[in-house]
Design a protein around this ligand. Structure first.
Ligand SMILES: NC(=O)c1ccc[n+]([C@@H]2O[C@H](COP(=O)([O-])OP(=O)(O)OC[C@H]3O[C@@H](n4cnc5c(N)ncnc54)[C@H](OP(=O)(O)O)[C@@H]3O)[C@@H](O)[C@H]2O)c1
Length: 324
């Protein structure tokens, strides 16, 4: 079968398309025929050797997928050949078939196509865990989303609206903000042009911004934090801009606010029942058309390097999908 392999840390162009042996399902595992893989910014870090986890070589990138169960390990029950599934695996999905722990799979409604479904798990799962569990976002509160047209950013806008928040989308270009508006953003800030702190202070008014969803980092984090409300929550999602900011602690004192970390992978590992219930709910909403799962573009498996470059070059708007 065909697989994209990372044999040494480097750039997307260092990935190789290889022929490898088909996997066999071991105890507790099933083999999934992968139909589509959802790419995430952390795939680019994983391939570059800059992610917190460093898999042994050779490995395939690809942390989330949709596909069909093909075969089952000895004594396995709970799934049958032909079942449509989605899953999160950190890495390993950019190949035609993957043997995976059946506990990691979640059934997929018929109404949701593989390409939209492939980008649901990490993106919307992170958005939901961040806004509901960590951010305690309430109806009527104001939510600012940085990197608003990225994968997790768009998901946070949609989920924020679903939770009844007033959503301010913040991004670097007007095109990205137009897409954010199409996904429900009430107001927008172009931080490529305008000062983020001043723009959020103006939109937040005397009260300020209740919840900040921050997947970008660098200087934008402190700028946003300075506009937060009393008892606001600044959600640390990631550092797509490359720099991990150091925030002045006096701001948390003055605002009586919280800076809260969000780690999707550890949530999945430590609270698997909550995670699975969440993803089933999100898949149901997506199948009913209540979540967009917006696709930026679709690449065939051999073009995985080009697909990853959409993310490293900051050009993607929504999910980049690899069709297998
Ligand atoms: N904590 C968790 O559990 C968790 C889960 C999922 C993702 N994440 C993190 O969240 C971040 C976003 O992930 P994603 O998959 O949504 O990524 P994405 O689709 O590539 O979106 C990232 C956004 O960041 C902004 N950005 C600013 N500087 C950038 C740069 N130098 N290169 C690329 N993008 C830049 C871009 O928006 P503008 O151009 O508008 O600034 C872009 O739309 C990543 O850091 C990722 O690791 C964390």
């Amino acid at each position: 079968m065909k697989a994209i392999l990372c044999t040494r840390f480097g750039a997307p162009d260092d990935l190789e398309l290889a022929d490898i042996a088909d996997p066999v399902a071991g105890p507790g595992e099933v083999v999934v025929r992968i139909a589509a893989v959802g790419l995430n910014f952390f795939d680019t870090l994983l391939v570059a050797g800059k992610y917190q986890k460093k898999p042994p070589f050779p490995f395939s990138p690809g942390g989330e997928f949709a596909g069909t169960v093909e075969s089952l390990g000895p004594g396995m029950t709970g799934f049958a050949a032909g079942d449509r599934v989605i899953g999160y695996c950190t890495y390993g999905a950019a190949r035609e078939r993957m043997a995976i722990d059946a506990q990691k799979l979640i059934g997929l409604p018929m109404a949701l196509d593989f390409k939209r479904a492939a980008g649901l798990t990490i993106t919307y799962g992170t958005g939901y865990h961040a806004l509901v569990d960590r951010g305690e976002l309430k109806s009527g509160e104001t939510l600012a989303v940085l990197g608003a047209a990225g994968g997790v950013g768009l998901a946070a806008i949609e989920l924020g609206k679903k939770l009844g928040a007033r959503v301010i989308a913040c991004a670097s270009t007007d095109d990205k903000l137009a897409l954010a508006r199409l996904h429900g953003a009430d107001e927008v800030v172009n931080y490529g042009r305008d000062d983020l702190r001043m723009a959020l202070k103006q939109r937040g008014g005397d009260h300020g911004i209740d919840v900040i969803f921050d997947p970008v980092g660098a200087s934008l984090s402190e700028a946003a934090l300075r506009a937060i409300a009393w008892k606001g929550r600044h959600l640390v999602i990631g550092f797509a801009a490359g720099e991990i900011p150091r925030l002045p602690l006096n701001l948390t004192l003055l605002k009586g606010c919280d800076v809260r970390g969000v780690y999707f992978g550890e949530w999945v590992r430590l609270e698997p029942a909550q995670y699975k219930a969440c993803i089933s709910r999100l898949a149901h909403w997506a199948a009913k058309g209540e979540l967009e799962c917006h696709i930026d573009c679709v690449y065939p498996l051999p073009e995985m390097p080009q697909a990853l470059k959409r993310l490293t070059q900051r050009t993607a708007m929504g999910k980049v999908i690899v069709e297998v």
